[in-house]
Design a protein around this ligand. Sequence first.
Ligand SMILES: Nc1ncnc2c1ncn2[C@@H]1O[C@H](COP(=O)(O)OP(=O)(O)OP(=O)(O)O)[C@@H](O)[C@H]1O
Ligand SMILES: [Mg+2]
Length: 575
Amino acid sequence: MVLASCPLYFIAVCVIGVIHGFSWGLNTYATQLFFDSVASAVSTKSGLTMVYISLAVLGTVTIGSQVLNGVHNFMVNSLSNRMPGHLGKYIHQKAARVEPVLYESPDLLDDINKAQQGAINSLVLLVVIVSLFTFYLPYFAFMAWYLYRLKPVLVISLVFIFIPVMITQLIRGAVHARLEDESAPLRREVDYYLRCICDREYFKETRLLGAYRFFKELYLTALKAMHQKKWTVELKTNLLELGMKMLTLAGYFGVLYLLFAALMNGEISIGSFAAVFASIELMFNIMEEIISSHIGRLTQNLGTVRNFIRFLDLPERSGSMERVSFTDGIKFTNVCFSYPGAEKNAVEQINLTIKPGETIAIVGENGAGKSTLVKLLMGLYLPTEGTVEIGGVDSRELSLNSVYQGITGVFQKYQRYQLTLKENVEISDLKAQDQARLSAAAAKADLELCPETFPQGFETMLSREFDGVDLSGGQWQRVALARGFYRVHDLIVLDEPTAAIDPLEETRIYEKFAELSQDKTAVIVTHRLGSAKIADRIVVMDQGRIVEVGTHEQLIQERGKYAQMYQAQAQWYVS
Ligand SMILES: Nc1ncnc2c1ncn2[C@@H]1O[C@H](COP(=O)(O)OP(=O)(O)OP(=O)(O)O)[C@@H](O)[C@H]1O
Ligand SMILES: [Mg+2]
């Protein structure tokens, strides 16, 4: 992904890294030259020219490697600053394409939560891996070669530096990945309880009901559980790290002894002794840097990186991208559907054909399966058994894009976008800039643009937070309706979009709707049976099944479920 986003820059970072790594190695070599020239100048009282030359070489190499260090760090940092935006794009694209029903499962919500974190952490991972291969590896390779030439046994020092560190970090990675999996649900809980206390949407109800302390308790309990888990893990890994460091330190002193012995035996020069002494120090520091600032952070976060990748790998629906034609209507054959993790079916054995241009009303008690049926007929969710054919094609074989293009809808849980009124209505097609279409949609939803409510007309900002106005529940619902009507469509789905609008007004909206959308297929879910009368056919649902289908008159005559419900509601108004 990084290569795709900025290839040249990335390659430049790698090349500078390699040169930088070698410059540290050269530094050791220049140190040796310098000390040897000083030693020989001291013992022979001559050859000062050599000292000056080697000093100049050492100076140049040191300055050069410092400059390279600065440039390399700068480039790595700016890469890390630029990339999160690019990686965020991959998450958004995926979230837009992932199978919608997964949003009903808590696992996906965890994954999205962790994927955001993982995207950033995978950058850290990349930077560490790239630095390891382009900077640290060349440096350590050079040092291994240098030490081997001096005295093969000295290469052991590198092993002592590497092995314990690697073991610790591997264990650390595994432990933290498990911690991440266990604490993600807790983190979601903590966030949610905090929202219940502080969020604008929640605080009114929370305070009024005196539930503040209840949520505070829940919040603190979840927070404590989360910290407890973290604390245990940190303690264990830090103890492990301490032990391994002791081992490394023992190795360090062992190497010093070996060096000293070699010097006394005359196997290595004073210059080499000084150079190796200095560079072992440096190697330890560098290793410390890799561990604490890179690998430590990295292995802690490896769990979220895995989540990021897992999220990008979630299944997507493939299939034809061509706009589906609704001319063949929609056909349900023996359809059953259950939500992820749910034990029983939300809808069962549904057989229904919706003809093009027909208006269907779906009625039934709470939890009867109306909203679920609607999501199936739009191809949003796929049936667990049976088939839903949209325009003659099995919904499993259609890409979401191809179905959505011809559909509009207003849902039970509609959104209140904090945008201007115009943007709220035109959101499905902001480029059109069609004033007539905008006004028509508003009129169809009976949205009156009185100056008291909408001081700037369509440009009024609908948000208190962004210096605008707030609307009443019924007004918001009309905005949502206007948004649904604005979109060019063959099929319109209205899932109780009028619950907050008074019954007389609702009837008027539906009658106007029926008149204006005669050629469109329409599916309306409503609890007010008076509004269902406008439909060509009424579908009555009960406990996930279709129990009656017919016109208002037919169903009244049948004296079944519909007739009962209608009687019960009519009484209110008649008396
Ligand atoms: N996300 C979900 N996970 C599990 N079960 C669900 C989920 N959403 C709904 N259900 C279950 O599916 C059944 C049908 O729900 P659905 O929302 O379709 O009912 P409805 O007829 O639209 O009800 P209402 O009139 O209250 O809107 C219910 O029993 C409900 O408990
Ligand atoms: Mg519903």
